[in-house]
Design a binder for this molecule. Structure first.
Ligand code: SAM
Length: 281
């Protein structure tokens, strides 16, 4: 018998909490235990892992994480959901010492009570990209993860250069990690049923490309490159450099190329060149 939440219980819990799921908070809850177990398996969560979940909601995925992880840190903005979560976990026979609920806006998060190793989350869709980037930036111990996001966003996050879906979120996420699509999730596993499709994105952190100053410089180049994506790089980064063409050549990048053709390694070269350029001003 499943220890996890099912459709009937999810609705009963929502009724008990007088919860009307809101679009603003991206409240679409997974009502299928198999989907939750599949996500946890995909993330290869083990008994040594400290799992970070953003937006645990009624706990569908949280309980699946508690089955495998050493500890689960769950960050939830909605107090009613945050308060109910340990109660639900206890009712399902889980050791609540393994669960830490942080009642907070994930966008305001700066620290956690333990160092997370894996991010597993059905992210609130309107803030999925900034939340993912923030977690990668804030918690270097997060070495991998699986997130569920809107399919369109998933395709953008996993895109490669020279693809129309490749953009600033992809390039920035690639500063920290390699990302790939890990399948789609049918609308029928959610309550309420969303009006967009969902997909899974897996990521694995790679060795740091550079330090924080270099990241900031590289991200400012990425922002310029995708602000007007049809522009050649020499004009896209014109405001950053006195001589954009010369600096791009010095960074080993063709000045006539468009940003959408550049991988993170090349943005990094331009970022380093920008630091050099600014230090001689
Ligand atoms: N993980 C649950 C599941 O799969 O059933 C719920 C996922 S639901 C898509 C998103 C959850 O994120 C909701 O519980 C919502 O209240 C929460 N949420 C929305 N914005 C948030 C924020 N800024 N910080 C933390 N949690 C947030």
């Amino acid at each position: 018998m499943s220890n996890l939440l099912g459709a009937v219980e999810i609705r009963a819990l929502a009724e008990q909490l007088n919860l009307k799921p809101t679009k603003k908070l991206g409240q679409n809850f997974v009502v299928d235990a198999n989907t939750c177990r599949k996500i946890v398996k995909l993330a290869a969560v083990e008994s040594t892992d400290i799992a970070l979940e953003i937006g645990p909601g009624l706990g569908s995925l949280t309980l699946a994480l508690l089955e495998k992880a050493k500890q689960v840190l769950a960050v939830e903005i909605d107090d009613r959901l945050a308060n109910q979560l340990p109660i639900t976990a206890a009712q399902h026979g889980f050791d609540t010492n393994k669960l830490t609920v942080i009642s907070q806006d994930a966008m305001q998060l700066t620290k956690l009570p333990a160092n997370p190793t894996v991010l597993v989350a059905n992210l609130p869709y309107n803030i999925s990209v900034p939340v993912l980037l923030n977690m990668l930036e804030l918690f270097p111990t997060l070495n991998r993860g699986v997130v569920m996001v809107q399919s369109e966003v998933a395709h953008r996050l996993a895109a490669k250069p020279n693809n129309k879906e490749y953009g600033s979120p992809t390039a920035k996420a690639n500063w920290w990690a390699d990302l790939e699509l890990s399948g789609s999730v049918g609308r029928s596993v959610f309550w309420p049923v969303p009006n967009v499709d969902s997909s899974l994105v897996s990521f694995v952190r790679h060795a740091p490309l550079g330090d924080e100053d270099q990241r900031v410089a590289t991200f400012s180049v990425i922002d310029k490159a995708f602000a007007k994506r049809r522009k050649m790089m020499r004009s896209a980064v014109g405001e950053l450099f006195d001589d954009a063409e010369g600096n791009l050549i010095a960074a080993g990048v063709d000045p006539t190329i468009r940003g959408e053709a550049l991988a993170i390694a090349q943005f990094f070269q331009i970022g380093k060149q920008l630091i050099k350029h600014n230090s001689t001003k």
